[in-house]
Design a protein around this ligand. Structure first.
Ligand SMILES: [Zn+2]
Length: 331
């Protein structure tokens, strides 16, 4: 794990971090914790820091210098186990029972370097049922000093029995300001960092993804389509649907999410309040507002939500977009 071991390097989540540090200081950290919340807000990073502190054993903050901390930084700590789903061939990503059994065998021994074992399980929701049931047994009857830190962005996919055995900590969205600072620290130009931070829905991970994939251009395209929708004839709609139909699925989803954000901005403008996701398009949107009554925006939002749902259900992408654009025109 090529990261630093400093609490100061964690972005946002002040309340949760304070609580974690208090529990660490008092030696009262639960043995099974679940970090839930949006993708890309820093849950795994925080889990690793908690692990470092537990393994270092000097209360709330890892010292960064002892043999345990050095081993952790170089990725060779014998008492630290990190587990994530593997994908085999085309099959979906899943944590299998073999992986859980391997963990169980390890933690049944004595720790070598630290006073305990720590297991960080990323995307814990991808455990299949056999794996989850096996883990459950370990959570119920831990064999020694072991801490489990489970991380998930899809809490609803976890078995209720697992949820009932862990103490949960929820991580909310990061503020645009926090994301902007993080992007600046990564060397992204100021203007772009600002725009990305506002379009990232509170997730630094999402902002970085948008940056990589030039998601701003995607948002711009969604805006153009929205503002000029009424001027498009059947042929142009057909061409646009064809173009959007060819996007990779995740990009198509991002396009729809950008459209949804623009529509929410329109509602905020109607209400005459609030910070906009697309602050840079404020005047353009204000000018277009006359053609977008509140009722119209509401029905367009539900059309976009429906399209998102259909996109995830493997329907033909071109047809989804064609249907969406036509119905949005009429809405
Ligand atoms: Zn240390």
């Amino acid at each position: 794990m090529a990261e630093t071991l400093l609490w100061q390097d964690v972005l946002g989540h002040e309340g949760n971090i304070k609580r974690l540090r208090i529990m660490l200081r008092g030696g009262r950290l639960p043995h099974a914790l679940l970090f839930s919340g949006l993708m890309g807000v820093g849950k795994r990073k925080i889990a690793r820091l908690v692990a470092a502190a537990l393994l270092c054993g000097k209360e709330e903050a890892p010292c960064g210098e002892c043999p345990s901390c050095r081993a952790l930084l170089s990725g060779t700590h014998p008492d630290y186990i990190e587990c994530a789903p593997e994908s085999r061939g085309k099959s979906t990503r899943v944590i299998r029972i073999d992986a859980v059994r391997e963990i169980e065998q390890k933690v049944a021994r004595k720790p070598l370097l630290s006073g305990c074992f720590v297991v960080v399980m990323d995307e814990a929701d991808t455990m299949n049922e056999a794996a989850a049931n096996s883990l459950l047994k370990t959570l119920e009857e831990p064999s020694g000093e072991v801490f489990f830190l489970l991380v998930t962005a899809r809490r609803a996919a976890l078995l209720p029995t697992i949820l009932s055995r862990v103490r949960e900590m929820h991580f909310g969205a990061l503020s645009p300001d926090v994301i902007e600072r993080a992007l600046l620290m990564r060397g992204i130009a100021a203007e772009k960092a600002r725009a990305l931070a506002r379009t990232a829905d509170g997730s630094l991970g999402h902002a970085l993804l948008l940056n990589e994939e030039d998601g701003l251009q995607l948002a711009e395209d969604a805006a153009r389509t929205l503002f000029f929708l009424r001027t498009l004839d059947m042929f142009k709609i057909w061409v646009k649907a064809e173009e959007l139909g060819r996007l990779p699925r995740e990009r198509a989803e991002d396009w729809l999410l950008a459209l949804a954000r623009l529509l929410r901005d329109m509602l905020a403008l109607h209400a005459g309040s609030g910070v906009l996701f697309h602050e840079e398009k404020r005047s353009e949107m204000a000018n277009a507002l006359v053609g977008f009554s509140e009722d119209r925006v509401f029905s367009q939002i539900s059309l976009v939500q429906e399209a998102l749902k259909r996109l995830r259900s493997n329907a033909s992408q071109r047809l989804i977009f064609e249907g969406l654009l036509l119905r949005m025109q009429e809405a």
